[in-house]
Design a protein around this ligand. Structure first.
Ligand SMILES: [Zn+2]
Length: 305
């Protein structure tokens, strides 16, 4: 299994995408049509983003899913920064709770996890803003929820025409972000009184609850798809443990639902996986020019690059 962590600068990546030979064939109209047909919630993100070129710049005609989950993921970040609100799966928005930026740094939970590319990107200092600011961990949780939802919808549609047995890591990103948020809550409850108090304030608790609930639903909806992750089971087991579940329960006001169906063993084909976490960075005054760390998760077999 090959792991490749690649960081793309948004500013450089978009022009490159438009000038690549793959785009010369221009699959973009067909890609949007595919969203319209099988992934209406992904289409809603395309419809919502003001800068259509930004979305279209992430389309990759050489990928089986045409880069659409990535385009949706990155566009969710873009819309969030532009509107100062999280666009929710299924419609609606939630104003960003900026008070969470004063909470303890998510990097303090990095040691709880087995090293992997997601931990490095989102929890270790120096990559994405989520390592220092819980607001951006929530941003990633939301982006990966939309991302996996689109990947599931596309995969279901593909399955009728072309059953595949290759390993695609669509589930890993959301599993990682759910684990990060859940273990963050656990540490908050255990040893960070200011953050713990803040997490249970109504606006913050509602935000976490709405985002977590959608993540939970999308994760559960993906469990029937085999070979959809490589790190997912480890991460899911981690956030299904008693401590994180109990802490989340106190924030969201109900018992979280462990996606146990995702923990069942499924046959795994020969793996050739490219895992590239996708990060967001703090939106500064020039939010539209901020860099993005490229890309989600391995989208099927690919040749070495
Ligand atoms: Zn991201």
């Amino acid at each position: 299994m090959r792991r490749l962590l690649r960081f793309l600068c948004f500013a450089a990546a978009v022009p490159a995408a438009f000038s690549s030979p793959a785009v010369a064939t221009d699959c973009r109209p067909a890609a949007i049509e595919r969203l319209r047909t099988v992934a209406p919630e992904g289409l809603a993100v395309y419809q919502k983003i003001a800068d259509k070129k930004f979305f279209l710049g992430w389309i990759d005609c050489g990928e089986r899913q045409l880069g659409l989950p990535t385009a949706v993921h990155e566009s969710v970040h873009y819309i969030t920064a532009e509107t100062d609100a999280f666009p929710l799966l299924g419609g609606g928005t939630l104003k960003r709770p900026h008070e969470v930026s004063a909470f303890f740094a998510p990097s303090l939970i990095a040691a709880k996890f087995k090293p992997n590319d997601f931990v490095t990107t989102y929890l270790r200092p120096g990559s994405a803003s989520s390592s220092t600011d819980f607001l951006y961990l929530l941003d990633e949780l939301n982006a990966y929820t939309h991302d996996l939802n689109t990947a599931v919808a596309l995969s279901r549609a593909e399955a009728f025409a072309e059953p595949g047995d290759e390993q695609i890591d669509h589930r890993d990103g959301l599993a990682a972000l759910m684990a990060f948020v859940a273990l963050y809550a656990e540490r908050g409850a255990a040893s960070e009184p200011a953050t713990w108090q803040g997490l249970r304030q109504p606006h913050v608790a509602k935000t976490v609850s709405e985002l977590w609930g959608r993540a939970e639903t999308v994760m559960a909806s993906s469990c029937g798809i085999p070979n959809f992750g490589t790190e997912d089971k480890t991460l899911i087991r981690q956030f299904c443990q008693r401590g994180p579940q109990a802490a989340l329960h106190k924030i969201i006001g109900r018992a979280p639902v462990c996606p146990t169906a995702c923990l069942k063993e499924t046959p795994v084909a020969a793996r050739d996986v490219d895992t590239r976490p996708t990060g967001s960075v703090r939106a500064g005054p020039a939010a539209t020019a901020r860099p993005f760390f490229g890309r989600g998760i391995g989208r099927g077999p690919r040749s070495d690059q």
